[in-house]
Design a protein around this ligand. Structure first.
Ligand code: ADP
Ligand code: MG
Length: 701
């Protein structure tokens, strides 16, 4: 069947008038024959099984029975009449009951003729009944093509109310198959079908809508899931390959003075194997003539900063500028201070630009950027302002990318004649399957090793009632010279209440830890940046022992002497946030602790989150649990990627199929990058279709 047929407006299908067409479009997004064909059932009523009445269980959901009606009578009740029939097979009898449509039933249903009935059974006082059964003469039942597994299609209230029931959709689907004569073109290549022993497209489409058995259905489902994931991967990988061949980047082929001096003389510690590997990957990218587009994943404390710096030094050695953008003022400041310290023996110029940079300083930075005096610019969103013009930006690094939209990121790389190389760093590990779908068009580097000598952070869960013990523990740690974070949740919806919690907490801490023995800092979102910075710095310098804060300290803040992280109302934080917060401690040589405080009222999910935190500190494992708890919908990056718009595959449950699909997509493109071989014609055509008719499968971005 050719593409034109499939693109026929749904209005032209027999049985669809203007009203129905309108509803199908509005309610289900079905505009064409193809859209209807791709409306896959949510579930199936298994009508392959026939029950004997003697086999019925009190727990049976929906059952199908062959038998006859022997009697039918009207029973008068206080509230109206009901119609009751006795239905028997050779093993027993049940009652069929109708409250509505009694006249029609009386006139149309026949006694003592074999019927197939289908419905939910109720059990009461030792006998079974079935209200409003679906009934079909056994004769007709045996001829019908919807007599096996009955598909249940997605629907909406409005559709149901307008008479477009599941049965109607089913009828339309039958009509579509009738008109098309099930002559649907193959969309995968022969070698793929053979190697993976996949069902053909025709077979799969037929069996997804009209499966004869669970086995037929499974085969059809597998094929369609594979196809869906295959084409997503094909698109992502292709995008990446085209990107590499088309988007020219500056070639940084020199490893020069700055990099070499730093590497041989100023490296403050030995790099981990993982850091070395990642730097090599980045060096390769920068040295090729394609623009780098790389995601660097590394758990909190895995040492991404030094990787960022060394990448920037490569850019500088090749005569280019570099920038590093962070999501918050505090983080930018910390990056700035850290990098200035690391570079103090090098002859590089580094500046910081944030919302609170003074106008005169700002002007100076703009000038030095444009005349090329400035090598490295660090800052917040302020870097994206139009006034910020680089002389020759060669490398843009974005820290904690999930805080930036795609648009903002691309803004950075339109600053220049050629796009700069881009390195995106994130401390939130993304499960591999999700990364493959969301970031399949980026290259991914992973730092999967922590610097040596890190002690595992001891993590415990405590109830609010144990607060006094926790205070005692804090005092012990502080007397050993350590510092403590206490973090309060702050979510937008209840900001004022959260703010009150924070202030109450702060007051009780100040009461418990009075001056002059103790100094307590507080940092929260409603403070002026300058005040935040002042408080943060007091803590960094060790002038205060306790930092009470909201999640502003979540990302990146580095105070090696802080060894205790107390998280208040921990049940209200997400897993990745808890993991991020815990990563603020354990940065020095001391044993560190994370205490998760909660009330006794915990949801099942909250319990799982807390147990996971106590059990493991492996960021990837935590990310997997997080993905299972929340689904991909709330994970970062998924909103733009369309992994939520999958028609049939499930990014979590079908991760095995995803891996296979990705490796085959890669294989196909490697052997035949332009899909121009004879055997790949079906793939080329399908791909072209997908790109052309964006609305067919809306995951094509
Ligand atoms: P993150 O990946 O969270 O940004 P950082 O780059 O801030 O981590 O590094 C965390 C801490 O570990 C810093 O204090 C840094 O100096 C230190 N560090 C990084 N790499 C190493 C290493 N190879 N050996 C020892 N310490 C390291
Ligand atoms: Mg960092």
């Amino acid at each position: 069947m050719n593409a034109t047929f499939l693109q026929t407006p749904i209005d032209y299908l027999k049985g669809v008038g203007p009203n129905r067409a309108d509803l199908l479009k509005k309610e289900l997004g079905i505009h064409t024959f193809q859209d209807l064909l791709n409306l896959f059932p949510n579930r199936y009523l298994d009508r392959t099984q026939y029950y004997k009445i003697a086999q019925l269980q009190q727990t049976n959901a929906e059952v199908q029975i062959i038998g006859k009606m022997t009697h039918i009578k009207t029973v008068e009740q206080k509230r109206g009449k009901r119609l009751v029939a006795t239905f028997i097979d050779e093993t027993g009898s049940i009652e069929l009951v109708w409250f509505r449509g009694q006249k029609w039933i009386r006139e149309n249903l026949k006694l003592n003729v074999p019927y197939v009935i289908f419905g939910k059974t109720n059990y009461f006082n030792g006998s079974f009944s079935m209200p409003h059964p679906e009934m079909e003469l056994l004769d007709a039942h045996e001829k019908s093509i919807r007599s096996a597994m009955q598909p249940v299609y997605p629907s909406t209230e409005k559709l149901g109310n307008s008479g477009i029931t599941n049965r109607v959709i089913n009828g339309l689907m039958q009509q579509l198959f009738l008109e098309s004569k099930n002559a649907f073109a193959e969309t995968l290549s022969k070698p793929l079908l053979e190697q993976l022993k996949l069902a053909s497209k025709k077979e799969a489409l037929f069996n997804i809508h009209f499966p004869k058995s669970q086995a037929h259905l499974a085969r059809a489902t597998y094929r369609l899931k594979f196809e869906e994931l295959f084409y997503i991967q094909l698109q992502l990988i292709r995008k990446n390959l085209i990107h590499k061949s088309k988007i020219k980047g500056y070639t940084f082929d020199k490893i020069g003075h700055n990099f070499n001096t730093f590497f041989s003389e100023h490296l403050p510690f030995e790099l981990t194997e993982a850091q070395k590997r990642v730097i090599k990957e980045i060096r390769n990218d920068l040295g090729s003539n394609a623009q780098m587009n790389r995601l660097l994943q590394g758990d909190v404390g895995s040492g991404k900063t030094i990787v960022a710096l060394m990448s920037m030094l490569i850019a500088i050695d090749n005569g280019f500028q570099a920038c590093l953008m962070a999501p918050t003022e505090i983080l930018s400041v910390q990056h700035y201070t850290g990098l200035v310290e690391l570079c103090k023996k090098l002859n590089t110029s580094i500046e910081l630009l944030t919302g609170s940079t003074k106008t005169s300083k700002r002007r100076e930075i703009h000038e030095k950027l444009e005349n090329g005096e400035l090598d490295i610019l660090i800052g917040t969103h302020a870097l994206l302002e139009d006034k910020v013009k680089f002389k020759n930006l060669g490398l843009a690094i974005v820290d904690e990318q999930h805080r930036f939209g795609v648009e903002q990121r691309s803004k950075l790389w339109h600053k220049n004649e050629y796009p700069p190389h881009v390195l995106v760093m994130t401390a939130t590990p993304i499960p591999r399957t999700l990364a493959m779908s969301v970031y399949g068009d980026l290259d991914i580097s992973v730092i999967d090793e922590l610097p040596p000598g890190r002690k595992d952070i001891k993590t415990v869960h405590r109830f609010d009632a144990n607060r006094l013990k926790v205070f005692r523990f804090m005092k012990d740690e502080i007397s050993k010279g350590r510092q403590v974070y206490i973090v309060y949740p702050l979510i937008q919806e209840s900001e004022t209440m959260d703010y009150k919690d924070l202030m109450d907490g702060y007051e009780s801490i100040v009461r418990e830890f009075p001056q002059p023995n103790y100094q307590v800092s507080i940092v929260h979102g409603q403070m002026k940046p300058a005040d935040k910075e002042y408080e943060m710095n007091r803590f960094i310098k060790g002038e205060t022992q306790i930092m009470v804060a909201t999640t502003v300290i979540e990302v990146g803040v580095n105070v090696p002497n802080a060894s205790v992280m107390i998280i208040e109302s921990a049940e209200r934080f997400g897993l990745s946030q808890l993991h991020q917060l815990r990563g603020r401690v354990g940065r020095g040589a001391e044993q560190s602790y994370c205490i998760l405080m909660t009330s006794h009222k915990l949801s099942a999910d909250a319990k799982t989150r807390l147990e996971t935190m106590v059990r493991t500190s492996d960021g990837f494992e935590i990310a997997e649990v997080d993905l299972k708890l929340r689904g991909p919908g709330d994970m970062m990056g998924t909103q733009q990627s369309g992994v939520l718009n999958l028609r049939i595959a499930d990014i979590i449950k079908d991760s095995e199929i995803l891996k296979i699909a990705r490796s085959y997509a890669m294989q196909v493109l490697k052997a035949d990058p332009n899909l121009s071989s004879e055997e790949n014609i079906p793939i080329k055509n399908t791909y072209a279709q997908l790109v052309k008719y964006r609305n067919i499968w809306n995951y094509i971005s």
